[in-house]
Write a protein that binds this ligand. Structure first.
Ligand SMILES: Nc1ncnc2c1ncn2[C@@H]1O[C@H](COP(=O)(O)OP(=O)(O)O)[C@@H](O)[C@H]1O
Ligand code: SF4
Ligand SMILES: [Mg+2]
Length: 315
């Protein structure tokens, strides 16, 4: 199956400091790819590069972002605006970055629908109700008149998902969509995103620092560390036997993996982009580190087992 999205050798800088190194990602239609890693690894910058909403100080030096055969990096802002919220929808960590506090839910949905479709207000209203029903918003007639602040965090995320549905998004980028929510609500929102994938064939790029959450939903996993993809595999292979020492350390720090043991967290923190580290960026924290090998060159992402890639000299 052809990929709906392909990121090729994406390099992003803040001034002279590099935040993304030769990122390669491919998303198959109707699948969910999870991009995981600790905070600061470059997940959000990767996601924002796709819809070209990177900070003003960020600079994409090279790379391609091929969405349905076209390189979005060559698109003008006007073309991007057509794509955003239409073919490609973003579910951010904080729903208020997508909702306008000054307009009711109904008005925002109708506006979004009419921006992307040539329909009357009545048809848009009907569509709005339909998608609110799909995302299980109770008491829809009333909720249409609510302002965002009158809804809980989970309900607001449902509204944003409804907007993506209303505009027939083909790709949903969910950047830590449940991080701000209570644990019980987290599962409901993830179940809803998963249902949308299965029901409508929407492709999902799920960004998360939470491997336990990812293990329940993702079809493919790519692990990021310090601006590099260090491991990628189909989810079943990845969770059965992670190869890269960073992934192993992440998995070992999961409570479900180690119910009786004392949790082992990874010592230290990822480096900042200003920090210069020769060789493998993970070496200061790595159990398998070999001096003279790991600190000389950057390990390349290589296929170690069928469809299972790791960027490590040792593993
Ligand atoms: N506006 C910015 N200016 C400078 N550096 C930034 C900016 N935004 C992000 N960064 C840096 O880029 C790196 C990647 O950030 P990000 O993609 O947000 O990480 P993640 O989403 O994985 O937590 C981090 O080291 C972060 O400090
Ligand atoms: S290359 Fe070396 S330091 Fe890096 S993850 Fe592999 S063993 Fe650890
Ligand atoms: Mg982020």
């Amino acid at each position: 199956m052809e990929n709906i999205l392909k990121i090729k050798n994406l390099n992003l800088f803040f001034g002279k400091y590099q935040a993304l190194y030769d990122i390669n990602l491919a998303l198959k239609p109707k699948s969910m790819l999870a991009l995981v890693g600790e905070s600061g690894c470059g997940k959000t910058m990767t996601a924002m590069s796709i819809i070209k909403l990177i900070p003003k100080t960020a600079n994409i030096k090279s790379g391609e972002i091929i969405f349905k055969g076209e390189d979005l990096l060559l698109y003008k802002e006007k073309q991007m605006r057509k794509l955003r919220g239409n073919k490609i929808a973003l579910i951010p960590q904080d729903p208020m970055t997508s909702l306008n506090p000054l307009y009711t839910i109904g008005n925002q949905l109708i506006e979004a629908i009419r921006t992307h479709n040539d329909v009357s207000e009545r048809q848009a209203l009907r569509k709005a109700k339909e998608v609110l029903d799909l995302v299980s918003i109770p008491d829809i007639e009333n909720k249409l008149n609510y302002y965002p602040h009158e809804l809980s965090g989970g309900m607001k995320q449902r509204i944003i998902i409804a907007m993506a549905l209303a505009c027939n998004a083909e790709l949903i980028i969910a950047d830590e969509p449940t991080t701000a929510l209570d644990v019980t609500i987290q599962k409901q929102i993830m179940d809803l995103i998963d249902e949308i994938k299965n029901e409508f064939g929407t492709t999902i790029l799920l960004i998360s620092h939470d491997l336990a959450l990812v293990s329940n939903y993702a079809d493919y996993v790519s692990v990021m560390y310090s601006g590099h993809i260090v491991e990628k595999a189909p989810a079943d292979k990845f969770f059965k036997k992670p190869i890269h020492p960073y992934s192993m350390a992440l998995l070992n720090s999961l409570p479900s993996k180690n119910p009786n043991l004392k949790l082992k967290t990874i010592e230290g923190a990822p480096p900042s982009i200003q920090e210069e580290i020769f060789g493998c960026k993970f070496f200061p924290r790595c159990e398998y580190y070999k001096a003279g090998i790991c600190d000389k060159k950057t390990p390349q992402l290589l296929e170690k087992e069928i469809y299972h890639y790791s960027a490590c000299f040792i593993k």
